[in-house]
Design a protein around this ligand. Structure first.
Ligand SMILES: O=C(O)CCC(=O)C(=O)O
Ligand SMILES: [Fe+2]
Length: 240
């Protein structure tokens, strides 16, 4: 394991993909726990305005808050925290473990930044664990624009059109993805039965715990704690 290489790649691209990181049996087990929790037709959790406007259809679940200990195994995983430390430095902290579930036929997630990008030193780190394969057929691939963690604000615009330099990631079971919260990213529509990822969010030393409360989309800033659009982002009309 080359920690310097991981560090450099992450900080150059704004993300880092490590395949075959987690034990397949543990992945299968967690995938089962997740399926048991959601059942076959889970209800949406976010309010309608958010769903329509953000073009994001995800049902979050915080299993560790409910004492589901199966997810603790990831926190204790060899090298998971070592690589996190190489990326974030001394004194980093874990935030929470959030499972994100999307049903068949839903839109995935529109382009966003997980937190406000105005101060490049204040950010969250997504540590994404994929308990089952994400493929072209299933859809729900994670799309990133390399290097955009250094570019500041995601431009206002159409919430889900392609960017020229975007890279489509299709993480397999057991893949670990580190993703900077300022990197412009989205999730493509779900064609298969369901799509799931589990995010062990972390932050560098001194970062406010509620850092991910306000998410930046191309058409608004949205605050989860109050379920409110706190800024409309206006897109210049294109004259025909
Ligand atoms: O599920 C993914 O692949 C990415 C989800 C996401 O946008 C996030 O965790 O911030
Ligand atoms: Fe995100």
């Amino acid at each position: 394991m080359d920690l310097q290489q991981y560090h450099d790649t992450f900080w150059e691209q704004g993300y880092l993909v490590i395949e075959d990181f987690f034990d397949p049996d543990l992945m299968d087990h967690l995938d089962e726990v997740i399926m048991d929790h959601y059942g076959s037709d889970p209800d949406f959790w976010h309010n309608n305005e958010f769903l329509t406007k953000s073009k994001t259809e995800v049902i979050p679940w915080f299993p560790q808050d409910e004492g589901v200990a199966d997810f603790d195994k990831i926190d204790a995983y060899a090298n998971f925290n070592t690589i996190t430390q190489a990326i974030l430095g001394e004194g980093w902290q874990r935030l929470y473990c959030m499972v994100m579930f999307s049903k068949q036929g839903t839109t995935g997630q529109a382009w966003h930044q997980d937190c406000a990008p105005e101060n490049p030193r204040v950010y969250n780190l997504n540590r994404l664990v994929y308990t089952s394969d994400i493929t072209e057929e299933i859809g729900g691939q994670t799309v990133v624009v390399p290097g955009t963690h250094k570019l500041g604000l995601l431009p206002a615009g159409d919430p889900d059109v392609d960017f020229d330099r975007q890279v489509v990631l299709s993480p397999k079971r057991g893949t670990l993805v580190f993703l900077h919260g300022h990197t412009w990213h989205r999730v493509l529509p779900i064609k298969g039965a369901y799509r799931v990822s589990t995010n062990y969010r972390a932050v560098p030393k001194g970062t406010p715990k509620d850092i991910t409360d306000v998410c930046v989309y191309r058409n608004m800033r949205y605050q989860f704690s109050t379920s409110a659009v706190i800024e409309e982002r206006l897109v210049p009309e294109v004259q025909g």
